[in-house]
Write a protein of this length. Structure first.
Length: 88
């Protein structure tokens, strides 16, 4: 059911766009290439099991956990069509 100027399925389109954005962001953050033997940040050794489990790994577990904390969680909804996002 559409309302006003929106077309039928507009809400679902926003939900789909939010999911696609989240998947794209997650894929862009995946490591790629050759795994390192030593952490880029602290220089500590990266265990062989981690290098095999995560191809292209660049950080040890502790440094990766710290980086993940700093990045925080993404917004829970799509703001592209939100009136509030246009006011900022």
């Amino acid at each position: 059911m559409a309302g006003g100027w929106s077309k039928d399925g507009a809400v679902q389109d926003q939900i789909d766009a939010s999911v696609e954005d989240a998947v794209s962001l997650a894929r862009s953050r995946l490591p790629h290439g050759e795994s390192l033997a030593h952490c880029e940040e602290c220089g500590g050794e990266i265990p062989q099991a981690r290098r095999e489990a995560v191809p292209g790994v660049r950080l040890c577990v502790a440094c990766q956990a710290e980086r993940d904390k700093r990045q925080g969680a993404a917004a829970g909804y799509n703001r592209r069509g939100s009136k509030d996002s246009q006011l900022r």
